[in-house]
Design a protein around this ligand. Structure first.
Ligand SMILES: Cc1cc2nc3c(=O)[nH]c(=O)nc-3n(C[C@H](O)[C@H](O)[C@H](O)COP(=O)(O)OP(=O)(O)OC[C@H]3O[C@@H](n4cnc5c(N)ncnc54)[C@H](O)[C@@H]3O)c2cc1C
Length: 426
């Protein structure tokens, strides 16, 4: 047996080479390295379990582009990115290649954490090197344990807002020698099929968008327009790149700080950081509550009975509920893979409080259709609106008529997305 140190970096939703502490560590710690990709759906095989919610074409496209870009970046270091079939395949590779260290970003999801525990049990001789590359804070920085995570966002924010957020790292200069595997590697792809607007997966596209956004004056008006239902410039649109890890939350945070240094700060620029703290809250919320994230009664309550009528659910999915604003938002999601934050609140409130359906059906549909699907942000927000999560208010029911008057008084948004002649042109 060779006494070389052999590392394996397991990419999931951290598809980037910059601000990636794991690559830097591997570069210093092992002689040889292999880069593999194994996403959540292949750990759980969840795609097979819920056939009615197969991943949308938008999500598949974004992930493909994101992976293709990562593969291209790794090629520049003489590395390939190997796409593994499933969790058993990962275990085979660890054994066959006699890996000594696995590099794996911390993931707050229950299935991901279970997979890591299983690896630690099956391969006690392998070092598992983790890092908090997806969040603003390292867990050790938090002024509380997960068990004592503040119960609401406001309490959380007040405890963490003044903590230092470490500067993002540059990409590594080199990587250890590549280990070769007899297995399909990810090919660089750039889809010609632009489905909507500017959402192209990958670190390059994410960084371009980051630069463009902060080269504009948009951060100075963010808070005034963030609730609009449509429009590329009305919110940052960072979420898809954050969800696949093409951008890190720290890169965005420090871009806001630089913008404020150069252009001055105002309530809007502060509010981008405020929203990133919401994401952070749900990250640690998921890490702490684990399977309770998916319970009908949420994090503390007894199981609740909800309706699961298939026809009603179909009507909601297809934008045929009769609530125009909800229908327009749901069609926007179907045609683009994206929906504004306000839209998400309205359609979730409708599913739960008007249609009486199980909030988890809505969350599951979002999971397979949003190009920015993120376990904590999705399930945490759904719980919040269902009144079974981290909210001081018992229930969040939106008055859909009133919301239409505020956010779409001329019905331009409704007409655009309900228009049957609307084509997939973005
Ligand atoms: C029912 C429901 C489900 C949701 N599911 C997801 C999801 O799967 N993935 C996801 O990233 N966001 C989710 N959100 C939160 C929010 O709607 C999106 O983050 C936001 O719309 C993304 O657009 P943006 O990047 O332009 O956001 P911006 O308004 O520009 O905000 C900047 C960043 O702050 C974070 N952020 C903003 N609002 C929230 C919020 N309410 N909760 C957590 N983080 C937030 C996001 O990372 C976002 O990219 C959900 C919200 C609701 C109500």
């Amino acid at each position: 047996m060779s006494n070389k140190k052999r590392g394996l970096i397991w990419f999931g939703n951290d598809c980037r080479v910059s601000d990636n502490n794991l690559l830097i560590r591997a570069n210093h710690e092992v002689d040889e390295l292999i880069c593999v990709y194994l996403p959540y759906s292949k750990i759980t095989n969840s795609e097979g379990e819920s056939p009615s919610f197969a991943k949308s074409e938008h999500l598949v496209k974004f992930e493909k582009e994101s992976l293709g870009n990562l593969a291209t970046s790794l090629n520049q270091y003489g590395h390939k990115l190997f796409s593994l079939r499933d969790f058993a395949h990962l275990c085979q590779v660890l054994k066959a290649l006699q890996i000594t260290t696995i590099y794996r970003a911390f993931h707050p999801g229950m299935y991901e954490q279970e997979a890591e525990k299983t690896i630690a049990e099956l391969f006690p001789q392998v070092n598992v090197c983790g890092a908090h590359t997806g969040s603003l804070f390292h867990q050790s920085q938090l002024p509380f344990t997960l068990e004592t995570l503040p119960a609401t966002f406001t309490k959380f924010r007040k405890r963490v807002e003044k903590l230092t957020i470490v500067e993002p790292l540059e990409r590594p200069e080199t990587l250890p020698q590549a280990i070769v595997l007899d297995c399909p590697n990810v090919k660089s792809t750039l889809s010609q099929n632009v489905l909507y607007g500017h959402f192209i997966g990958g670190e390059n596209a994410g960084r371009n968008h980051l630069c463009e956004y902060f080269s504009s004056q948009l951060p100075h008006s963010y808070k005034l327009v963030r609730n609009q239902l449509d429009g590329w410039e009305n919110s940052t649109k960072f979420s898809p790149w954050l969800a696949s890890g093409n951008l890190s939350a720290r890169q965005i945070w420090h871009s806001v700080i630089q913008f404020e240094r150069e252009n001055g700060s105002n309530e809007s620029s502060y509010w981008i950081k405020f929203e990133l703290l919401w994401r952070e809250f749900f990250h640690w919320y998921s890490a702490w509550h684990q399977e309770k994230l998916f319970h009908s009664g949420g994090i503390s309550k007894a199981p609740q009975l909800w309706d699961d009528d298939t026809d009603t659910l179909k009507a909601w999915i297809n934008g045929e509920t009769g609530f125009d604003i909800v229908d327009a938002c749901m069609r926007q999601l179907k045609y683009t893979g994206f929906m504004s934050n306000r839209g998400r609140q309205l359609v979730a409130s409708c599913l739960i409080h008007e249609l009486g359906l199980d909030w988890r059906l809505g969350a599951l549909y979002f999971e397979h259709n949003l190009i920015d699907y993120d376990v904590g942000s999705n399930w945490g927000n759904w719980q919040y609106i269902a009144g079974v999560g981290a909210d001081a208010k018992p229930v969040r029911r939106f008055d859909l008529k009133k919301q239409t008057q505020i956010y779409d008084p001329s019905r331009a948004f409704i007409n655009r997305w309900l228009d049957k002649g609307w084509q997939k042109c973005g």
